[in-house]
Design a protein around this ligand. Sequence first.
Ligand SMILES: NC(=O)c1ccc[n+]([C@@H]2O[C@H](COP(=O)([O-])OP(=O)(O)OC[C@H]3O[C@@H](n4cnc5c(N)ncnc54)[C@H](OP(=O)(O)O)[C@@H]3O)[C@@H](O)[C@H]2O)c1
Length: 276
Amino acid sequence: MILSGTARLAGIAGWPVAHSRSPRLHGFWLQQYGINGAYVPLAIEPAHFPAAVVGLMRAGFAGINCTIPHKMAAFAVCDDVDESALRAGAVNTLVFADGRIRGSNTDGWGFLRNLRAHGVDPAKGPALLLGAGGSTRAIAAVLLDLGVRVTVANRTRGRAEALANELPGLGVIDWDRRDAALADHALLVNTTSLGMAGHESLEIDLDRGARGLTVADIVYVPLETSLLAEARLRQFQCVGGLGMLVYQAVPGFRAWFGVDPVVDEALSRFVMADLP
Ligand SMILES: NC(=O)c1ccc[n+]([C@@H]2O[C@H](COP(=O)([O-])OP(=O)(O)OC[C@H]3O[C@@H](n4cnc5c(N)ncnc54)[C@H](OP(=O)(O)O)[C@@H]3O)[C@@H](O)[C@H]2O)c1
């Protein structure tokens, strides 16, 4: 696309940002819909983040996504945040309008959409979440809001307890209890960085899983983590992390470029072609 002077602009702020697949993802949609616009990587040092966001708004950007380590700082820089951001305690999508910065968090929504796209009802039964990081909170919040019983197990128990203080109703068990707890859950979600390329694998005894268990991994590099491979061997339904990445991008694209983009096989194949 050759840009004109009225091109719409958006991007992703991270530090570093080179690993991000978002420019590729949004670039696919921009091309597909023939939109006069661009979505660019924005490598912004944490100390410069607040000034950079205001500068981007003043320069006419329609908004940005924020990734590690900026999601909390993005929350702080907003004039308005919606319920999704309040529940997640972090912002991944900023929309600039009328000189104001509006923040939301689409990670939890993207997770739910991905489950549903795989034919999984997120409210099918109790959920066991491994981890207590930023993504755990976003996912726990949307599941709790659906009325699901949610339990977290994290290596550092204090971090899980801090999360439970923020999200009333969230249960906490010791990390060492994760195998035994499987029998009582319909959905297992890995929200740790275990299984990611360059990290250790997640150790969990899936033989303890209940019949009909769904195993979701939000790690998407590699696409098929050892957790998913082990779950597939046992014929549990599996949901990989790529779909969450793709769906979380939809609300931002719609707000910045005015088109509700379709998530389909062609898009997933295009994003996957860049993954190991
Ligand atoms: N698919 C998507 O769209 C999507 C979106 C967001 C994130 N992700 C992926 O999700 C993962 C987590 O992201 P995040 O932002 O939530 O990370 P984070 O806030 O840094 O949290 C990392 C979590 O992993 C746990 N962990 C790390 N090393 C561990 C180990 N050796 N043993 C046990 N637990 C360990 C940490 O436990 P402690 O508290 O004990 O340190 C913590 O709970 C990353 O791989 C990220 O790429 C995917």
